[in-house]
Design a protein. Structure first.
Length: 242
């Protein structure tokens, strides 16, 4: 059976999953910290990619050149935009991922890569500049599972940034520009790589903070990543049996 790959920037964002499925560290992802375990009949590969887009893209390239997974799951924490309805500890599922920084700053304002005319990816007649859709079926299954478990999940567009938004003004700008609900630093690379290799991708993140004028006393990263991992564990138990 083809494996399931789960990626996150840090070990904290995978630690509960590693313990829960009894995964052991193995060299499955080149030089990256990688763990391999099983859930039911399914092999699960958990990869600590490192922070940011470049680390995520390089780590996943190695894995997706070596394996053809049934599903790629990207997880971790995220900052929720004002107006999203999300609170610290809530869960969000990506419908699409957007590179929020790539583009051109013009006298009239910011423009996406479309203004340059060179797509980030061309595949099967599609041209993808800043935005990458995620597979619909895994997201629908996640939403249905959340409903069955009484867990509220919000589905919408995520923005991936190199510079985290540390002001409410910047968060509002990105939320409105991309019609997005939250931001992170890796997800668009995971969506990009999954589309490039023709792999279904599910992104589930826990909300660690609101995107407002930066105040770390209002953050709760441990809660966010624990809730995301507990949900993914339930998802894996259902998905692995199919």
């Amino acid at each position: 059976m083809e494996p399931i790959v789960i990626a996150a920037a840090t070990r904290l964002e995978l630690a509960l999953l590693i313990r829960s499925i009894g995964a052991h560290e193995q060299q499955a992802g080149g030089t990256r910290e990688t763990y391999v375990g099983e859930i039911g009949p399914a092999k699960v590969i958990l990869a600590v990619t490192g922070i940011g887009k470049a680390n995520t893209a390089s780590a996943l390239t190695v894995l997706l050149e070596s394996f053809t997974p049934r599903l790629l799951i990207d997880t971790g924490c995220a900052g929720a935009y004002g107006g999203s309805g999300l609170r610290v500890g809530d869960l969000a599922v990506a419908s699409a991922e957007v590179y929020g920084d790539e583009g051109v700053q013009t006298p009239a304002g910011w423009e996406s890569l479309e203004v340059i005319g060179i797509p980030s990816l061309e595949r099967k007649g599609g041209r993808y500049f800043n935005e990458f859709p995620l597979a619909l079926l895994p997201a629908q299954r996640a939403m249905q599972l959340g409903s069955a478990l009484g867990i509220t999940l919000r589905r919408g567009k995520f923005v991936t940034v190199s510079t985290c938004s540390g002001t409410a003004t910047r968060g509002d700008e990105l939320a409105q520009r991309f019609d997005a609900i939250c931001e992170n630093m890796e997800g668009a690379s995971a969506a990009h790589m999954s589309l490039l290799y023709g792999i279904d991708c599910l992104e589930v993140r826990g909300i660690s903070n609101l995107v407002e004028d930066r105040d770390l006393t209002r953050w709760n990263i441990p809660l966010a990543v624990e809730k995301a991992q507990r949900f993914i564990l339930k998802f894996l138990e259902a998905f692995a049996e199919e």
